[in-house]
Design a protein around this ligand. Structure first.
Ligand SMILES: NC(=O)C1=CN([C@@H]2O[C@H](COP(=O)(O)OP(=O)(O)OC[C@H]3O[C@@H](n4cnc5c(N)ncnc54)[C@H](OP(=O)(O)O)[C@@H]3O)[C@@H](O)[C@H]2O)C=CC1
Ligand SMILES: CC(C)(CO)C(=O)C(=O)O
Length: 339
């Protein structure tokens, strides 16, 4: 029997380790889309320093494409498309990016990305396809084509429930994907309640990624400076409150567990790394979507809202730095009246 075709888009810190894990498991035929690092990877493969897999030099899967459209033109029907780019719908909508490689009614999409409510736009655009949620607890970054993987590859897979499809079929696809990705070095599991798990993850991402991105420190220094306690922890309480209003009860000790999850590491969350590299941040999927729900449910979020507004200015600067926004040479005069 032929192996299922898996295509992974977004070979950064997370995607490269996910791709390596899938290739190492050896149960699928793996292709990847590599953007900036394509010339290097095509010739020499990756250099990976991994807490799970050791030091690897020169690894690459059988098929490496320089764009999603090139992968779409390769004449392959993909059974699974794993998306592990940053989720930046304010720049490129992931569901549009993946269009050339999605076969309606066939391809299962797996979103290994942080954020909230990521499945909805995919199910709207691809109502006949299964869409899976992949929450990764890895710590892994790409520095000039070298992958530094320092926290074990633990991933939790669940279903972004598609009301047009049979639930059991969607769960079956989630379990099949887990079997393609699991190996003796990583920890990949199934979790039933997607919304619960995404809220649980936001307790970290909405409060530590954001504050580290704004302040320029890692989570250890955030703790030592006192800002963890004065800003991030009140923000965590707001996430717990929004979840509760949305019918999701997080465990009593969730804040304590999240705070201690990096104990012993001077850990830089991915949004902090993005700012350092001058890359746009996942502001809309991590805070924007969450605050939209808070507004709908009339939950007061003074800390998260302030973080969002401050990060909007950071995002503006990052987009301008990448040429995604241009401002006129002469500052326009505003006639708005403030009191
Ligand atoms: N890093 C971490 O430790 C963790 C990250 N996450 C989440 O995982 C997801 C991935 O994060 P991370 O690996 O850090 O991200 P990176 O920024 O390291 O990597 C993203 C990759 O996607 C590629 N990419 C972006 N757009 C395209 C495109 N149009 N076509 C092809 N490739 C593209 C980028 O290419 P290029 O190099 O050209 O920009 C880059 O290689 C995010 O949602 C993040 O929040 C979750 C847990 C931990
Ligand atoms: C906290 C972490 C590393 C996942 O465990 C993450 O989600 C991030 O850095 O964005």
């Amino acid at each position: 029997m032929s192996k299922p075709n898996v295509l992974l888009i977004g070979t950064g810190g997370v995607g490269t380790i996910v791709a390596y894990g899938i290739d190492y498991a050896g149960k699928s035929s793996l292709s990847v889309v590599v953007r900036r690092d394509y010339p290097k990877v095509k010739d020499q493969g990756w250099e990976i320093n991994s807490c799970n897999y050791g030091t690897i030099k020169g690894w690459k899967p059988a098929a490496v494409y320089e764009s999603v459209s090139a992968a779409g033109e390769a004449g392959v029907t993909y059974d699974y498309v794993v998306i592990s780019t940053k989720s930046l719908p304010d720049i490129v909508k992931p569901e549009v990016l993946a269009e050339p490689v999605i076969t309606p009614g066939k391809t299962v999409v797996v979103l290994v990305q942080n954020g909230f409510d990521l499945g909805r736009p995919f199910i709207e655009k691809y109502p006949e396809n299964v869409c899976l949620s992949g929450v990764s607890h890895i710590g892994s970054h790409n520095h000039n084509g070298v992958i530094s993987h320092i926290q074990t590859d633990k991933a939790v897979i669940s279903v972004f429930e598609n009301p047009h499809l049979d639930k059991d079929f969607q769960v079956e696809k989630a379990k099949e994907f887990i079997s393609l990705y699991s190996n003796d070095k990583n920890d990949v599991s199934y979790f039933e309640d997607t919304k619960w798990y995404r809220y649980r993850k936001l307790v970290y991402n909405a409060t530590l990624n954001t504050v580290c991105a704004l302040t320029g420190v890692d989570t250890g220094r955030l703790d030592l400076s006192g800002t963890l306690e004065s800003v991030s922890i009140p923000a965590m309480r707001e996430v717990v409150k929004i979840a509760k209003a949305d019918g999701v009860e997080l465990p009593e000790d969730v804040i304590n567990t999240v705070v201690h999850s990096d104990d012993g590491d001077w850990f830089e969350p991915s949004m902090r790394v993005d700012v350092k590299k001058g890359n746009p941040i996942e502001l809309e999927v991590i805070l924007g979507n969450l605050l939209r729900v808070a507004r709908e449910l009339k939950v007061d979020t003074p800390v998260l809202s302030l973080l969002y507004e401050l990060l909007k200015a950071v995002q503006f600067r990052l987009k301008e730095g990448q040429g995604l926004i241009t401002v006129p040479e002469k500052r326009p005069i505003s006639t708005k009246y403030y009191s």
